[in-house]
Ligand binder design. Structure first.
Ligand code: COA
Length: 186
């Protein structure tokens, strides 16, 4: 069985071959790639390789990542549109420890979809996967993701000041975390 999570407005499931063109198209937009590990040259071949490398059922093992597609209702016929993705990584050293990343296509930002998707994925990791700790990080200039992490209740753990040589300059990373007991109290 392939992973399928649902929220009020979204279906969340691993990216598949049919998503590759849309995924590559929003990833290579300059405003999307700006603070991410890929560049504006992200190609459909890159997307193809990423999808081919992920665990088929969408459940990553330690050391693995899965890219979950966020699918919003597109029309009254029930069809769904890929509007972004949440990346879920499993720590290869510490047990029950996860890292998340999130991207929304530009035209779907500002509607609460990222918060809705991350809440759903965090609920799943806590309830179904026994997560103990979840981390996220963002470039210190990436205001949208910093606001999002704080709004979700993640705790700021520190700044890696000019610790990341990234796209030709030293950049600062803001690190956030969430413990199982913190999520239960929110
Ligand atoms: C980071 C990113 C996903 C945040 O997206 P976002 O749309 O700002 O986040 P949300 O989905 O939570 O939406 C919040 C906004 O929607 C608004 N909103 C509208 N309807 C809403 C609803 N029903 N529920 C919550 N918020 C709602 C909020 O007021 C807020 O708007 P504001 O920023 O003007 O105050 C997005 O900027 C992005 O994809 N960036 C490029 C990729 C990237 O850098 N990712 C981070 C790497 S970790």
């Amino acid at each position: 069985m392939v992973l399928l999570l649902t929220s009020e407005r979204l279906e969340i499931s691993p990216l598949v071959g049919a998503d590759i063109a849309d995924f590559a198209a929003y990833r290579r937009r300059p405003e999307i790639a700006r603070y991410q590990s890929w560049g504006v040259d992200f190609s459909t071949a890159d997307a193809d390789a990423l999808v081919a490398a992920q665990p088929a059922a969408g459940i990553p093992e330690p050391g693995e990542w899965v890219q979950l597609g966020l699918r919003a209702a597109a029309a009254s016929d029930g069809s769904r549109l890929l509007i972004g993705d949440v990346a879920v990584g499993v720590d290869s050293v510490q047990p029950d420890s996860y890292e998340l990343g999130v991207t929304l296509a530009t035209e779907h930002q500002g509607s609460g979809y990222a918060a809705e998707a991350l809440t759903t994925v965090i609920d799943w990791l806590m309830a179904e996967r026994g997560a103990h700790r979840i981390v996220m990080q963002g470039d210190a200039r990436n205001t949208a993701v910093l606001v999002l992490m704080r709004r979700l209740g993640l705790r700021h753990e520190g700044s890696v000041v000019e610790g990341d040589w990234f796209k030709g300059e030293w950049t600062t990373l803001e690190r956030f975390a969430l413990l199982r007991r913190e999520w239960a109290l929110r």
